[in-house]
Design a protein around this ligand. Structure first.
Ligand SMILES: [Zn+2]
Length: 438
């Protein structure tokens, strides 16, 4: 016992001395970190590009001042306050951070792994780890916000990913999440197993007004910012899409979501599905391949936006062997035709490519196809910034360069108002006033 006591005394002294050193070291580290932090985050940042696209129009010779997480000033005569950092952006265009309207961060391209195999055979941990990498790729590509329309079998993992991004644990875009999405019982996939066997599905099944409304409310309680509904789908392999939810179900689900202050996004590929969704007063239509001039005119009148997802149709056709030469396969021609019809009817156009079907970080592919299929570069940029912000009820926070809004900004080489492909040449990404890529 004595021996133990004797060895104990010097050990305690040593620990006390070590603790003192550690405390001093820690204090020095904190001072150093504070110095580094103030060097990395000056009181204000003045950005001086060749031109500014403010979400609506182009302004040559404008500068933009960031103060904290907000845009403090934008215009031709902005003066940097004392202590501000000035970042010159010669030959570059400054834009609001781009907003992806239709992503699936928990999916990866189907030519890597089929959708069925991702839903059935990839673990939640694997899918989440991949989603973390995909979120980073999205942000680095200049998309500072994404509306993620369903985890496709990965449960509520989008809510956790959104929290991890918001808490600064991993880099990624601001997320608007749908959680599991809702499908009519038996309508979705994966399919093709022993009849009657319960197979994990890519979305939550519901039938009947009461059950569906309860599911909408459960998803909202679990963190859904947007409610995603499938108005039609292929009931069996090789079949065309046919309506799934009834008009009454769609209307009740939409009304329950709106009561809770959530927007509603509806997948449609048929004329009847689109017609029911419009009658239900939903907020955005995804795909909309069953559109007619009369239905698109109704969407315009009601202010319902269309996410044409041209890039998803294009990517899927490539996976099926299309070499990109004209004439394009029927599915691509159909997506182009409905997009042209929607443009002619002046439907508000959302920029949403269904990214996940193709690689995250390649989000600009949808913008390039919108331009190739008849939209002006400025109109495409409006869709990807102030348009999407408005459709998603975030116009008072993001999507434009104007004092008071959050400082989500990107600088790209060249002039995307002449050719949107320039948005691929990312030089600077700022989210919430923090430079995340330079
Ligand atoms: Zn989708």
């Amino acid at each position: 016992m004595r021996e133990d006591a004797r060895t104990f005394v010097p050990t305690a002294t040593w620990i006390a001395a070590f603790a003192g050193i550690t405390e001093n070291l820690m204090r020095a580290c904190f001072v150093l970190l504070a110095l580094l932090w103030s060097a990395a985050s000056p009181a204000a940042i003045l950005l001086k590009p060749d031109r500014v696209f403010d979400g609506q129009a182009v302004h040559a010779g404008w500068s933009v001042l960031i103060d904290g997480d907000r845009i403090a000033a934008a215009g031709p005569d902005v003066v940097a306050p004392a202590g501000a950092e000035t970042i010159a952006l010669p030959g570059q265009t400054l834009l609001p951070g781009l907003i992806e309207g239709h992503s699936h961060l928990f999916l990866h391209p189907y030519n890597q792994t089929s959708w069925d195999d991702q839903v059935l055979h990839e673990s939640l941990a694997l899918r989440t780890a991949r989603a973390v990498a995909s979120a980073r790729a999205t942000l680095m590509a200049g998309f500072t916000t994404t509306r993620d329309l369903g985890t496709e079998g990965a449960g509520y993992a989008d809510v956790g990913l959104k929290q991890a991004i918001d808490q600064g644990i991993v880099p990624g875009p601001r997320m608007i999440v749908a959680t599991r999405a809702l499908v009519a019982t038996g309508a979705y996939g994966p399919k093709g197993f022993e009849p009657g066997l319960a197979v994990p599905q890519g979305a939550e099944e519901a039938s009947g007004v009461e059950t569906l409304v309860a599911a909408v409310r459960r998803q909202i309680a679990a963190g859904a910012d947007v409610v995603k509904l499938y108005a039609d789908y292929r009931w069996g392999p090789g079949e065309p899409s046919r309506p799934t939810f009834s008009a009454a179900e769609l209307a009740a689900a939409t009304s329950a979501a709106h009561d809770a202050g959530r927007i509603v996004a509806v997948h449609t590929g048929t004329t009847e599905g689109l017609s029911r969704a419009i009658a239900a007063h939903v907020d955005t239509i995804e795909h909309g391949y069953g559109g007619t001039p009369a239905l698109f005119a109704l969407m315009t009148r009601q202010g319902i936006a269309l996410c044409p997802t041209l890039a998803a149709a294009d990517a899927t056709a490539h996976y099926r062997g299309w070499n990109g030469q004209e004439p394009a396969p029927e599915s691509v021609r159909q997506s182009r035709a409905s997009f042209a019809m929607a443009l002619a009817a002046h439907v508000p156009i959302c920029m949403g490519g269904d990214v996940g079907v193709f690689a995250h970080g390649e989000n600009a592919r949808e913008m390039e196809l919108m331009q190739a299929d008849g939209m002006s570069p400025i109109a495409v940029l409006v869709a990807a910034t102030s348009g999407n912000a408005r459709f998603f009820h975030l116009g008072d926070k993001i999507g434009a360069i104007r004092p008071g809004l959050l400082a989500d900004l990107i600088a790209v080489g060249g002039d995307p108002t002449r050719d949107v492909a320039a948005v691929r040449d990312i030089r600077l990404v700022v989210k919430n006033g923090v430079v995340v890529r330079r």
